[in-house]
Design a protein around this ligand. Structure first.
Ligand code: SAM
Length: 295
């Protein structure tokens, strides 16, 4: 590694940025972790061995990157900020196992990036490519990132991701609770979410306005529900939660893109043994899977 004088990414993050004429950029959601204990908890939850490839989203000043680089067989870190990406590229220039990409994670072709891991997994008959995603996410795009990565079950095996606590609560909510919604069901279809730890604003520089949470998302051994057409189920779920105050019948029948009549919804609800006046927010993933099959 060319430059080990870079900060551990901890209390000296600020002087590191100053020394390179950089400052945290709000537009990119830059709140850098400065708490050693939280970094340890993230890395431990990821259970990384040298057989693993790790994708880090938004390495920033590299506090987490350095920890991951010690354990992973291959580490790819995708950073949108050119100044930070350049600093990290320099620091890891002599580490062949670490690649720093200056790119937008939402525009990165991940199948191409991990084509080697994919073919290795396929030829060995393993169900997933053993790429782990570990990140202190940019909060302004937490949901789009996870909704685009979670469905890639053949590519990503496990996620340990820091996000706003409120979003983590929504991801692990139960039916009927105030946090339960389309995001809950989308996440829980693809993974089992568990909060590893809550993280106060004081663990970051600069401090965010909100409490954060480290969320572990593990793939279930078997899919939580059997469904032929997940896209259709998610269209139904979006319609059900789009109009929260409507009954499920009115919400689904009122979504023209679905082309389902109120009579058809009522018939399906009766067949599923559900109350005709039920609202979407009380239905489980299994209920939505049953309704999708019936509709
Ligand atoms: N990992 C660092 C840490 O824990 O201190 C930084 C985390 S900070 C919350 C989020 C990082 O994501 C920033 O470095 C930011 O520049 C980067 N970022 C923001 N939007 C991005 C995008 N679309 N693609 C890749 N990185 C992005």
């Amino acid at each position: 590694m060319s430059d080990r004088r870079s900060p551990g990414g901890l209390s000296d993050v600020r002087s590191h940025l100053d020394a390179h004429g950089l400052s945290p950029n709000k537009h990119f959601g830059q709140n850098f972790l400065t708490d050693e204990g939280i970094l340890t908890q993230i890395v431990d939850a990821a259970e990384i061995s040298d057989a693993d490839t790790v994708l880090e989203i938004g390495p920033g000043t590299g506090a987490l990157t350095r920890r991951l680089a010690e354990k992973a067989g291959r580490l790819v870190a995708v950073e949108i900020d050119r100044g930070l990406a350049a600093l990290l590229s320099e620091e890891f220039a002599e580490e062949p196992r670490v690649e720093i990409l200056c790119a937008d994670i939402l525009k990165t072709d991940l199948y191409r990036l991990f084509s080697g891991e994919l073919s290795a997994a396929r030829s060995s008959g393993r169900p997933s490519a053993a790429v782990k995603v570990v990140a202190n996410l940019p909060y302004y795009i937490t949901t789009p990132i996870l909704l685009s990565l979670l469905p890639e079950t053949d590519l990503f095996s496990r996620f340990v991701v820091m996000m706003q606590r409120e979003v983590a609560d929504r991801m692990q909510a139960s039916p009927g609770s105030k946090d339960y919604g389309a995001l809950t069901l989308a996440v829980q279809y693809y993974a089992d979410p568990r909060i590893v730890t809550l993280v106060p604003p004081s663990a970051f520089y600069p401090q965010p306005d909100v409490t954060s949470a480290v969320l572990l998302l593990e793939r279930p051994d078997t899919p939580p529900v059997a469904i032929d057409d997940p896209d259709r189920m998610f269209a139904l779920i979006r319609a059900a939660f789009g109009k929260r105050r409507k009954t499920l019948t009115n919400a689904i029948a009122g979504a023209p893109q679905l082309g389902i009549s109120p009579e058809a919804v009522k018939k399906a609800l009766a067949e599923a043994g559900l109350d005709p006046a039920v609202r979407g927010e009380t239905l489980s993933l299994a209920d939505f899977a049953t309704l999708t099959a019936l509709l």
